[in-house]
Design a protein around this ligand. Structure first.
Ligand SMILES: [Zn+2]
Length: 389
């Protein structure tokens, strides 16, 4: 299936090659960026899969050399980035192919940043004007190839890296971390199992929703978020129930990229809590956002009610009101087989106040429509733990 009507080249927010089979263009695109010897950065599971073998043989067919670096954990660490930089330098590479889910892409973007720096990674944490310390001339070019439809890291200007010592996730940021080229090939997602399709798709939905509700002025991002939410509503269940449905896969992939494009506008409480819980429990990021979603929306009700009403009209819910949106989210989650409470994924109340404190201090808290206190975050967490909507 070629899906010609779902094939296109876009230059916003970066150079995007959308369509079935576009991965075949990778060697040509590398050459366009002046890469002759790229380092493919992916996770250890994907490194063993036929799709990566195919990429390598395609490079060989084009008389190009490449290596693979795959020593990356889910929720990548500073150590992973450090080893990636060593692999890049030792192999005399001239560019990075970020291939995989959010973890691989975030690690790859961080490696591409760090190959040209003398300062350590945490000095580029997204705080104040830290990003101005980056020596941009030495950054390696990146082509991003997502194999999941969720994080949208392929169009993000930041990467989430876990600080193992401090037990928290830090955001590394520079505007030039936005990959130069993105290949969105829905065929790369067809083997993704149903539970991951659902969880990553709900991450994309949480990006679009939080961006849509964020208080800052950015109508363009708001428009993109709206259409992303509609695409997920109409396609995520289809892609989850039948992974081979390429059309649904294509729409989910674009929706995910759109969600991340929109969240330049800001994220909010779902992500503030999901980052904190992810650092403490190492649970799946998308799954955490999916579970937290209705509880955080409910807590924000007073600020977002009108906006959500407009959204319900756009996505075609029967009753255009806030409550019907919450009812839809809960039903949608259920159809996707996502738990209703955090306790179902073995999270406990043990660290409740620490979680409230961590969420309060997370950079995403700033994008939430209401500036919640530590106690309020703890309260939302407890509601999500016990299923109290
Ligand atoms: Zn996310």
């Amino acid at each position: 299936m070629k899906l010609d009507h779902l094939t296109a080249d876009w230059n916003y927010p970066t150079n995007i090659k959308q369509g079935v089979g576009r991965i075949g263009e990778l060697p040509k695109l590398c050459k366009n960026l002046g890469m002759k010897n790229p380092l493919i950065i992916t996770d250890p599971f994907l490194a063993q899969q036929p799709m990566v073998a195919k990429v390598i043989s395609n490079f060989r067919d084009h008389d190009m050399h490449c290596d693979i670096f795959s020593n990356i954990v889910g929720n990548p660490t500073a150590q992973n980035v450090k080893e990636g930089v060593t692999a890049f330098t030792n192999g005399n590479h001239d560019g990075v192919i970020a291939f995989g889910g959010g973890s691989a892409i975030d690690a790859a973007k961080s490696v591409a940043l760090m190959v040209g720096q003398t300062l350590p990674l945490w000095r580029f944490e997204d705080k104040g004007d830290n990003w101005t310390r980056v020596n941009t001339s030495k950054m390696a070019p990146v082509i991003a190839v997502p194999t999941t439809s969720g994080t949208g890291s392929e169009v993000g200007r930041a990467a989430v890296i876990t600080d193992v010592e401090a037990k928290l996730k830090r955001l590394i940021f520079h505007p030039n971390m936005l990959p130069s080229i993105v290949i969105l090939d829905p065929e790369l997602t067809i083997d993704l199992p149903a539970h991951l399709t659902a969880a990553t798709g709900m991450d994309a939905l949480s990006h679009a929703l939080e961006a849509y509700c964020a208080p800052s002025y950015h109508p363009m991002a708001q428009g993109i978020a709206l259409e992303s939410i509609r695409l997920i509503k109409d396609n995520l269940l289809k892609a989850t129930l039948n992974g081979q449905n390429l059309e649904a896969r294509a729409h989910c992939m674009v929706a995910s990229t759109m969600g991340a494009t929109a969240f330049q506008r800001g994220l909010g409480g779902m992500h503030a809590l999901a980052h904190s819980l992810g650092a403490l429990y190492n649970s799946h990021h998308g799954l955490l956002n999916a579970i937290l979603m209705p509880y955080v929306l409910k807590a924000n009700r007073s600020e977002i009610e009108g906006r959500i009403r407009r959204l319900t009209r756009y996505i075609g819910l029967k009753d255009a009101c806030f409550d019907s949106f919450i009812v839809w989210i809960i039903a949608f989650r259920q159809e996707l087989n996502i738990p209703h409470t955090l306790s179902e994924i073995d999270i406990t109340a043990k660290d409740a106040s620490l979680i409230g404190q961590m969420a309060f201090n997370d950079p995403c808290a700033g994008g939430n429509p209401i500036q919640f206190s530590e106690n309020q975050y703890t309260e939302i967490f407890m509601n999500a733990l016990n299923g109290e909507i």
